[in-house]
Design a protein. Sequence first.
Length: 227
Amino acid sequence: MQTVVISIGGSILVPDDDDKSYITELASMLNELADKYRLFVVVGGGKIARYYIKLGRSLGADESYLDDVGIEVTRLNARMLIVALGEHAYHLPAKTFDEALSASKGHKIVIMGGTHPGHTTDAVSAMLGERVGADRLINATSVDGVYTADPNKFPDAERLPRLKYDELLKICLKVEGGAGPNVVFDPLGAKIVARSNIETRVVHGRNLAELKKAIEGQDFHGTIISE
Ligand code: UTP
């Protein structure tokens, strides 16, 4: 049985845009796929995390405290997916990779949020991918792949269907250096998938048909990052 880690941004799971229908359909698709694949899902914080982080910062909290706030929100979001998945899922967001691994012995699907301050759930999904020996990592995000520039700002930006790990890393570092939240993948996550050679697929997470193809290792609309 192949192992797949799926990273779902909070901006996909809970953007406050018909979230109930989306989460219900996503859960039903994952429950179906869980008969064929060992699945791990890492859930991000989205705008709820950003709201608390901004509010906490304005009240004087330090950055690692705010990271802990963000982590708590990722776990709250994770609980929503757990509720929708029902009996096939481990009933709590796993807090460590060891807990995720143990939980996967008795459950078809294991959900996590963040782990430690200093990185994002992209990095968590990459590390979890290493720990569970993932065949691939799916980054279900709010763009339909990696682009030459931010497609929201540059209409002539082109989607890159295939990338090598070092090219992804260059793009992540370049975007981060240029400031702004639109980093397609956390640079730490990019380093980790490269060192462990985990094929990584970027797909629009609200497009369930393409997400399913990406999970199953089929041709899909997005970007494949590999050696
Ligand atoms: P996300 O993984 O959602 O970060 O975690 P993000 O990339 O900023 O959000 P999206 O992808 O645009 O929705 C939310 C916040 O939680 C903290 C960080 O502060 C992060 O920005 N966090 C999360 C951690 O500190 N450690 C973790 O392992 C995960």
